[in-house]
Design a protein around this ligand. Structure first.
Ligand code: HEM
Length: 443
């Protein structure tokens, strides 16, 4: 099949988290449930169908709170979704994130055997994602969600993970994040300068044509699959003190330190891209969403300005000469923070658990999330870097390297350790609002 005109997206069917940007500031929590009684689980789906926020009017900024829901494959089984339907889901989703650990670099300290319970144990069935502009509005939506599940005796809360926007608006490592996100055809969003043409809707929502021009296969029946998508949810502990010390030990001045930090990500910590600000940070550029994503890499084929090994250049190589088609591997990211920030300037670990809840959204877990993690972040072959891994997020073990092309001789840092440790994660299916009603009635 070839693509014809893009059908407009059915926004009132798609869950809000797919298209809505978060307010600033925001607070939120993830509530993870186990379904012990199929009837109770189905009742919950019926109630959630009335409570879940859709993507309708996603551009209106005044929504005080957002409630969304995802299910693992074990969760669908717990609702007694028929085997023929379960088998129509992609293999990686059926296996679950823990079973894919070797492939996606969850080894050693990040291995599922060392994850926090209940992750990877089959006990996580339903994820409620609750987000609000402030604690008061969050309390209201938490109460709404509690009423939906608390009086159903066959449901257990197995985990809760709070998250929030740091007062700096940045991540625990100090970088502004969430800048590069695809624009989706048919969503009504306009591409910011530099973003190129919008991505086909089928890359992010099931039931629409994707970048190959085809309708990707979809869980069956269509009522269950259509307008749904997938989430890769990961709790990532960040070793902030060790990262700061690494920057410090490999620099001779604070200026060198911030340049090295920029080379590692491809953006200064303010968000300003190296390609547009090669020598010094430009916070005004970092803050300007009409300019901070308006760049390509063609002018820097050797990586002399932005190394090929920089995190953002690996994760989205744009027009770099690489093996692979970049448009088949773009992802929506809704990452956020947990835990207290490490005070500025501290180079010693204080023992606190802090990090990022990484949230991928896309219709192809394998081709999008797993591919980028395994081929572009945990390997360097695609861009001529051999086995070199991403310094920031790669599954490094202390023997890793980081190559910075520069004249007259390139710089190569050694002894790269693991700065990000996976504490747990799950793959979720994010059903449409109609699919929630279908799940409520499934027999
Ligand atoms: C603790 C873990 C991580 C941290 C601290 C982190 C941090 C960052 C930062 C600071 C940026 C630049 C800002 C931006 O362009 O939005 C970025 C971009 C990006 N990251 Fe990560 N990241 C992490 C994990 C991951 C993972 C696991 C993936 C994919 C599997 C990923 C994929 C991306 C993508 C696709 C971009 C956008 C690149 C672009 O469009 O130019 N990140 N990340």
């Amino acid at each position: 099949m070839t693509a014809t005109e893009a059908p407009p997206l059915q926004l009132d069917e798609i869950q809000g988290i797919v298209l809505r940007n978060r307010p600033s500031p925001y607070v939120g929590t993830y509530i993870l449930l186990r379904v012990d009684d199929p009837g109770a689980g189905r009742q919950l789906m019926g109630r959630l169908a009335e409570l879940v926020d859709s993507a309708a009017n996603w551009w209106q900024p005044d929504l005080p709170a957002l409630l969304n829901v995802g299910l693992t494959c074990r969760g669908l089984e717990a609702l007694q979704v028929p085997p023929a339907s379960l088998n129509s889901f992609p293999a990686e989703f059926r296996q679950g994130m823990a079973a894919r650990a070797e492939l996606i670099g969850d080894t050693g300290e990040s291995a599922p055997a060392r994850w926090e319970p209940p992750f990877g144990t089959g006990q996580v069935h339903v994820m409620l994602s609750l987000l609000a502009t402030d604690q008061e509005s969050l309390a209201v939506v938490i109460e709404r969600a509690r009423q939906a599940h608390a009086q159903l005796p066959g449901l257990q809360t197995v985990h809760r993970q709070d998250f929030y926007q740091l007062s700096t608006g940045r991540t625990s490592f100090g970088y502004k994040d969430g800048i590069g996100n695809p624009t989706i055809e048919g969503s009504g969003a306009e591409s910011p300068p530099g973003d190129g043409s919008p991505l086909k809707a089928g890359e992010y929502v099931l039931g629409y044509r994707d970048e190959t021009g085809n309708l990707p296969s979809m869980p069956q029946p269509a009522e269950l699959g259509r307008n749904g998508t997938f989430v890769a949810w990961r709790k990532l502990h960040t070793r902030v003190a060790a990262f700061r010390r690494y920057l410090h030990d490999n620099s001779n001045s604070p200026e060198e330190e911030s340049l090295l930090a920029a080379k590692i990500v491809g953006r200064w910590q303010s968000g300003a891209p190296l390609i547009l600000a090669p020598e010094h940070d430009d916070p005004a550029l970092g803050a300007d969403d009409q300019r901070n994503n308006d760049f390509l890499y063609a002018s820097d084929p050797q990586g002399a300005i932005c190394p090929h090994s920089a995190h953002a250049r690996r994760a989205n190589p744009r027009d770099s000469e690489i093996i692979g088609d970049v448009r088949l591997h773009r992802m929506i990211r809704r990452g956020t923070n947990y835990g207290p920030p490490l005070p500025a300037g501290v180079l010693d670990d204080d023992g606190a658990d802090r990090g990022i809840v990484f949230v991928f959204i896309g219709s192809q877990l394998e081709r999008q999330f797993e591919f980028v993690k395994s081929q572009w972040l945990d390997d360097g072959n695609f861009t001529g870097l051999g086995r070199e891994k991403d310094l920031l997020t790669g599954d490094n073990d202390g023997t890793g390297a980081f190559t910075i092309p520069q004249h007259p001789i390139q710089r190569r840092l050694h002894g790269v350790e693991r700065f990000v440790i996976t504490r747990g994660g799950e793959y979720f299916f994010l059903p449409s609002l109609s699919a929630l009603r279908w799940l409520a009635d499934v027999k």
